[in-house]
Design a protein around this ligand. Sequence first.
Ligand code: S3P
Length: 168
Amino acid sequence: MNVVLCGMMGAGKSTVGFQLARLAGKKWVDTDYLIEKRYGKISDIFASRGEAYFRALETDTVRSLSQKDGLVISTGGGLVMREENCALLKENGKIVFLRAKLQTLLSRVKLDGTRPLLKEGNVEEKLTALLEERMPVYERVSDLIVDTDGKKKYEIAREIFERLEGAL
Ligand code: S3P
């Protein structure tokens, strides 16, 4: 079985995924990293080919990962917005939503200016709008919701490990 981490930019999907994989004896993969390794930087993909092309690369990546087993998969923040991606991931995996409040996300994404969706305009406004649109989807598609505000990354990884025990 795979464990799939979803949630907003800045939710900690990569760091928590890495730690969870160690705890669970699984291999960690990150969809953004896989795409960048093959196609170059995400900000360049957005700039030269547009978001729709990036979303298609995400679906290709998901299609190949869903054939595999024993993975912890950290996903890009928009990946589970496509029903098709969720259906593929659920064939062989549990989806975990790393839920975080706006202020928590803001404090994390502000440190890093690499995200194309937050590049122009006011970061807080953009993040607020995305959070509003995506929260119901994250909540609906996930098998497990973990509140992450005020928790350390290793605590979050341990909580997921404990709450999924038996399924892992
Ligand atoms: C995106 C989130 C990013 C990356 C891309 C689009 C999104 O990943 O996939 O910039 O739509 O929320 P992180 O969630 O890892 O920042």
